[in-house]
Design a protein around this ligand. Structure first.
Ligand SMILES: O=P(O)(O)OC[C@H]1O[C@H](OP(=O)(O)O)[C@H](O)[C@@H]1O
Length: 345
């Protein structure tokens, strides 16, 4: 149930819209926004019984959960906050939920700082890092290295189609790091000048596979061929508990409009009147159904890919750095046996 009858407040709907449209993006930022939205739901709820309050919170979590499928930090954040909802009265439930969400946000920031410090030890004075997309966890490693007095340079992949590499470049320039911005296709050539490939993650699977922005896997394979180590910066909130029981991570398929304008589509298929992309594609995020076209032109836009563990040298978390093959030990320790999602009841 969605909409006013579910009791979900407009602020939660608006956060969900922002995540779907990627106005809020990046796995950590999404988790932070989702936890904050649950706190807002708790604060503004007009539920008149504990059961109604809990039902509203579950509906709000479900609304947020439905936005994007790949970054596990989102369901991990929702689960964490909902499991802290405790009390026999609406007032007690409200206050425990808000406290839990605030704790989540605080812990998230602290974990990133700690991760950054650990990751910075891998970076030597004078090193050049090559980045893909924009990851606050990856940048935390650079920031900590700079604070330790090391000088670094960066080669920044543009990261089509949404060019999040520009966000990385802007942040690095604010820190005075010399930046060389390159097209994605140029990455292999620049690996000769690279000391570390440094990327973030949206999810880490139990076998140590890294699910990150599309293009990460090709970059990692090329880096291995060139002998350049690949370092993945990922807080433990990126560990995907369901993969311990054999589930795979859903790869988000985004709109073809991120790749192709109506005009470009019309130019390819040779029919200027036939440019309405929405009329020809299944909705964004539906991975089971490939876009359907009546023009013979199919456009696919996966947002993420899977890098097998053999191409990754280290996963850096706030709990230390791990070879990817041993990450499952940390997952068992943190998550134990997976249980049902609290919003699915
Ligand atoms: O949590 P932090 O390290 O900031 O970001 C992690 C990852 O989230 C982003 O996904 P998107 O841009 O939301 O599709 C990128 O794939 C990035 O590597």
């Amino acid at each position: 149930m969605d909409g006013p009858e579910s009791g979900v407040v407009p602020a939660v709907e608006s956060t969900a819209d922002d995540i779907t449209a990627m106005r809020i993006r990046g796995a950590a930022a999404i988790a932070d926004a989702a936890a904050t939205a649950l706190a807002t739901q708790a604060e503004r709820s007009t539920a008149d019984s504990p059961a109604a309050f809990e039902q509203e919170l579950r509906a709000a979590a479900a609304t947020l959960y439905e936005t994007r499928p790949t970054a596990v930090s989102l369901p991990n954040a929702l689960r964490y906050v909902l499991r802290g909802m405790d009390g026999d009265t609406v007032a007690a439930l409200r206050s425990s939920t808000i406290t839990r969400a605030e704790r989540f946000t605080r812990d998230l920031a602290q974990a990133q700082d700690r991760l950054g410090e650990i990751g910075s030890h891998r970076l030597q004075d004078g090193d050049t890092v090559l980045t893909h997309c924009h990851s606050t966890d990856a940048l935390a490693c650079v920031e900590a290295a700079l604070e330790a007095g090391k000088e670094l340079e960066a080669i920044v992949k543009e990261t089509r189609p949404r060019k999040q590499g520009h966000i990385t470049a802007r942040q690095l320039r604010e820190w005075d790091v010399p930046v060389t911005l390159i097209a994605d296709n140029a990455a292999r050539r620049y690996l000769d000048r690279t000391d570390h490939v440094l990327v973030g993650a949206d999810s880490i699977a139990a076998d140590g596979s890294v699910i990150n922005k599309i293009g990460t896997s090709g970059l990692a394979v090329n880096a291995r061929e060139r002998g350049v180590p690949v370092m993945v910066a990922a807080q433990t909130i990126k560990l995907h508990p369901d993969t311990m029981t054999g589930h795979t991570v859903e790869i988000e398929m985004r709109s073809e409009r991120e790749l192709l304008s109506d005009e470009e589509r019309a130019a390819i298929i040779g029919d200027a009147t036939d440019g309405d992309a929405d009329a020809k594609t299944k909705p964004t995020g539906d991975v089971d159904q490939a876009p359907v076209t009546d023009s013979g032109l199919t456009v696919e836009n996966p947002a993420f890919d899977v890098t097998p563990p053999r191409y990754v040298d280290a996963i850096v978390t706030e709990r230390g750095q791990f070879p990817p093959e041993s990450i499952v030990t940390l997952m068992r320790e943190l998550f134990g046996e997976p249980t049902d999602d609290p919003w699915e009841s």
